[in-house]
Unconditional design. Structure first.
Length: 91
């Protein structure tokens, strides 16, 4: 939980910097993995990241990857617990 809170704080800092600095925002949109790494967020190797900017009239819903075998059979409460422990950094 503490690790997730730290990740959320780092993400909030990235968002604030992107609002204040157009060049920084463009770098985030163009190469999110590099910016995240610069800000101390470990990015998994081999995973491609895409950053999009929401507007007042457009938002994005992110459907996370399907959990491993056995998780779905465990029921909705178990799935909700799994998802609440993940951070997909979307708004």
């Amino acid at each position: 939980m503490a690790e997730q809170n730290e990740l959320q704080k780092k993400w909030a800092k990235i968002v604030a910097k992107s609002w204040a600095d157009e060049d920084y925002k463009q770098r985030l949109l163009n190469d999110p993995a590099a910016v995240m790494k610069e800000e101390g967020i470990d990015m998994p190797e081999g995973v491609k990241f895409k950053c999009v900017e929401a507007t007042e009239k457009q938002a994005w819903l992110v459907l996370p990857p399907k959990p491993g075998k056995g998780c779905i059979e465990a029921g909705e409460e178990r799935l909700a617990a799994i998802l609440s422990s993940c951070c997909y950094m979307c708004s």
